[in-house]
Design a binder for this molecule. Sequence first.
Ligand code: NAP
Length: 212
Amino acid sequence: MNVTITNVMAISLDGMIGKHALESDSERRAYDFTNMDDREFVREQLEQADAVITGANSLRASGSTWAVTNDRGINPAWIVFTTRGLDEHLGFWRQKNVRRIVVSPFPVQESLCTAMGVENWIFDEKSLPEFMKRLDAEGLSRVLLFGGGSINKMFYQNDLVDYAKITLCPLIIAGINSPRFVDLGLTKPSHLRAVSSVLKGDLVFLTYKVKK
Ligand SMILES: NC(=O)c1ccc[n+]([C@@H]2O[C@H](COP(=O)([O-])OP(=O)(O)OC[C@H]3O[C@@H](n4cnc5c(N)ncnc54)[C@H](OP(=O)(O)O)[C@@H]3O)[C@@H](O)[C@H]2O)c1
């Protein structure tokens, strides 16, 4: 299998990834969770990626994908996990220059997907090994896992994450409804090995390799 999954996340000191479930990146920058250095870091990751995996709430929060051309001259494919489908008003549906794939346990929004050129792949958590094979077969080998916590949990639980690139941000959120870096409920811990750390301003950019 020639697929590498790298989890790219900005987290607070208490392991939160936002104040509430539908908070956008720009909202986070507005209260100094992240900053333009982190945005630039994420852009660099996208420039070397074939695909991005994200959860439906993260896409609902952002509305659309990042438009970044990678080192192969195309936008990374955007893969969104959902069970309920995505609101048809989201900009995502109209981003014709990005390969967009909705992954769901059963077909969702079939006519909208067809009309908007969005693929619908059918996989559930149990069939994630087949999902990985599909990525491999499609040549989507450098894959970023962009969260949120719900999707991260699924990938850590199934030992599918190879690297974690974490931006540690100097704030404590601890909100009642704050989404976590990884949702609660892993049945076993994931262990990681530290590869590098870079301090830039108040942010620490950490790279880990997941032990398997
Ligand atoms: N700080 C950061 O770096 C960072 C990064 C990413 C996201 N975020 C923030 O985190 C928040 C979202 O995180 P979150 O944990 O609430 O949500 P999330 O992981 O983005 O999305 C959760 C959704 O994923 C779908 N899902 C989960 N398991 C699935 C499965 N097995 N098959 C298909 N779909 C599945 C479900 O969609 P349905 O609702 O359709 O069932 C679920 O509601 C947002 O505020 C976002 O901005 C922050």
